[in-house]
Each structure stands twice: as structure tokens, then as C-alpha cells.
Design a protein around this ligand. Sequence first.
Ligand code: IPD
Length: 276
Amino acid sequence: MDMQKLLAGIEAAARGAGRIMLEADDVRSVVTEKEGHGNFVTAYDKRVQAYLFAELARVLPEAKFIGEEDGADAFTDDDRRGFAFCVDPIDGTTNFLTGYRPSVTSIALLHDGKPLLGVVYNPYADMMFSAVRGGGAALNGAPIRSSEEPLARSVVSFGTAPYYPELAQRTFAVCADYLPRCIDLRRSGTAAWDLCCCAMGATGLYYELELQLWDYAAAGLIAEEAGCRVTGLGGSPLPWDGPSSVICASAGVAREDYFPRVSLSPPDACGGAASP
Ligand code: IPD
């Protein structure tokens, strides 16, 4: 299989998705609510997903397809065999809806349940992140590496797991733990973007107590390939087939600074109980 050709095809699809996002108008008039607190979907999420489905089917016809707007939040046994695309058509839907930026398109290609290729595109800044397993990560075609700075000289970003209000207290307890140990905190509104920011060295660490596969599949691979450590908050490897908590740290963050120094119990809400 020609990986570079495959990557070029997926990037072209991501650019097309970005064009739909850039041309969107009157977004607030085409919004509906999904299950979960503040969980919206716009007609553009569905339009971009349908567009990607058609384009990616041309790129790799034998691949299965799992997308945020399908409703399923985990791979079936069948999805785990062979090739499968996992897509978040618009990661950062709330940003998209409100005009807060950025929002990105996220496309992962998995093979036998493991990420093989990841593409994340921010159309507002024309930034195309990509990675092929074992081949490093790139931004607009140029290699990227995560930061070598220690936690004390890094920015930490986090996600609020907004659709799970029951995780709010633990999320902010972790913020309070990191804040005095880093330069400052950021909350962007898109998990895929947050992971890419860690991959390109803009931040030193990112965490969120609950993400869906389509939020982390592409950008998790990009971060790993840029030299980041990426696991569940309990230290277990990412499952790559369904929801998980996610913590990602750049190469410079010391092992003892990787995990928050607060209790995250119950551990099964936070990605397994393995120790660092
Ligand atoms: C959300 C964003 C957000 C994160 C949520 C995700 P969506 O994805 O990535 O930053 O905090 O956990 O679900 O719903 O905008 O595709």
C-alpha cells in the first residue's frame, strides 16, 4: 500500500471538508441537540461527514467508516478487522456554532484496531497535521516534534468533558493541581487541536477526563509520532476502539510531572488504574 498516496487522498478530503466549514453561514439556524449536556450538532457536522464518507470511500473503498454523527461510540468486532476510517467532521462544534475558533476536521485510518494514519486540519489557519505510524508527524508537510521544556516552563491545556457534568469537579481539581506547576492553563474547545498543539510544541501537556474515539484517534497518533506520551489518565494505553480519558505530555515533561497529584477515583472513569 502506497502510504504517501493514501495520505495525499485523505488530506485532499480534509481540505474539502475545511472549505465547507469556511463557507458555512447562518450556523445557529441549523442546530439540533444530542444526548448529553450542551451537546449540539449543526447541519454542517452532518454535511461534512457525508462529504468525507463519499471522498474517503474513493480513497480506500474497502475501509469501514465510523463517524461522530453516526450515533455509535465504539468499534464493533467487525470494525476492528481490516481498515476503518474514524472521523470527527467538526471537532469543536461549540466553537463552530458560536464563532469561537478553531474547529478542525479529524480523520484517522485504523488497521486491525490500531491507528495507522492521522490527519487533523484547521481550515481557519490552513494548518494540516498528519502522521503515519512509524513515520513521524508533520505540519503542512514539515516534520514536527513536541517540546523539550519541563512542565514549569510549559502551558497546560485541558478539556472540560462538557457532556459529562459529573466529571467537572475532578477536571477542575486537576487544573488546580497543574496551575502552580506550569506557566498557565488553556481551554481551546477542540480536543484534536489540543493534542496537535502538544505535538507541535505549543503546549507541554493536555488532559481530558472523557473523550470519544473520533476526538483522539487521529490527533493521538500525531502526538505520539511527534514524541509525546499519550495514555489514559490512569496510565493505561489508549484503547483506540472507544471512549477513554486522555493525557498527553511532550518529551520535556518529567515522568513525575506527567500524572496529576490528585485522586481521580473512581479509576474506571479515568482510563484505568495502572500506575505511572
Ligand atoms: C468536543 C471537543 C471538546 C472536548 C469534548 C469533545 P465535539 O468534540 O473536542 O474540546 O472538550 O470532550 O467532545 O463534540 O466538538 O466534536
